[in-house]
Design a protein around this ligand. Structure first.
Ligand code: PEP
Length: 252
């Protein structure tokens, strides 16, 4: 049984004041929520204050990226998994399409970041997904397979993915208001499981695969009702208390 996970990716949004209000609102709106795991991923500067605000709460804390190096040193602008751990982050997003496409992060670098997160005992949320032109030319599955292969070809790739969460995020649906239909999303989620099953059946059945891309309070329940969708990675709607709480409730 895969426990649904709803993760809010706040991206580069928030002020000291708005972050406090957002966390207060989510805590109050959710109450006790055993059926669904809820995660917030604030910008790094707010991690410490959010960690304090979340003390004693069931809401989990995550970061938006992690350095590929497990050793401290000359990696300007980066944060290591052990730093994230020390500041109560139990998850970290890796390979978000904005990191891939704005900052040019390669499949190889992303796989290394994922491995570093696992080594530091922070669970990676690995984002994979196709560009619009890829969907239109019918090569979505190849693109997804290539992104998964970058991890699978590491020596302990299967074990790394066993300790990860996947997020299928079609790039054309992120922040655009265009959501994949539940059927379109389910088709890719089922493909991901079938692809992983070629390597390891237990991994394929056990790994949680979130859907991300313009999920909102209205479309969440239909997406989450699909058999291979185990929750969502939420961008814009995770910044609005009522919408995020409604999305979390739709998953559990
Ligand atoms: C995201 O950033 O991962 C995302 C899915 O954004 P949005 O929900 O705004 O499309």
């Amino acid at each position: 049984m895969r426990r649904p996970l709803v993760a809010g990716n706040w991206k580069m949004n928030g002020t000291r004041k708005s972050v406090v209000e957002l966390i207060d609102g989510i805590k109050g709106g959710l109450g006790h929520h055993p059926a669904v795991e809820v995660l917030v991923c604030p910008p790094a500067l707010f991690i410490d204050s959010v960690a304090s605000q979340l003390k004693g709460s069931e809401i989990r804390l995550g970061a938006q990226n992690v350095c590929q190096s497990t050793a401290p040193g000359a990696f300007t602008g980066e944060l290591s998994a052990s730093m994230l751990q020390e500041f109560d982050c139990c998850y970290v997003i890796v390979g978000h399409s904005e990191r891939r496409h704005i900052y040019g992060e390669s499949d190889k670098l992303i796989a290394e970041r994922l491995a570093a997160a696992v080594a530091g005992e922070v669970t990676p949320v690995l984002c994979i997904g196709e560009l619009l032109e890829t969907r239109e030319n019918g090569t979505t599955e190849q693109a997804i397979a290539q992104q998964l292969d970058a991890v699978l070809k590491l020596e302990n790739g299967v074990e790394l993915l066993r300790q990860s969460v996947l997020a299928y995020e079609p790039v054309w649906a992120i922040g655009t208001g265009k959501t994949a239909s539940p059927e379109q999303a389910q088709e890719v989620h089922a493909f991901i499981r079938a692809y992983l099953a070629k390597y390891d059946e237990t991994l394929a059945n056990g790994v949680r695969i979130l859907y991300g891309g313009s999920v909102n309070a209205t479309n969440a329940a239909d997406l989450f009702s699909m058999p291979d969708i185990d929750g969502g990675l939420i961008g814009g709607a995770s910044l609005k208390v009522n919408d995020f709480v409604a999305i979390c409730k739709a998953a559990g």
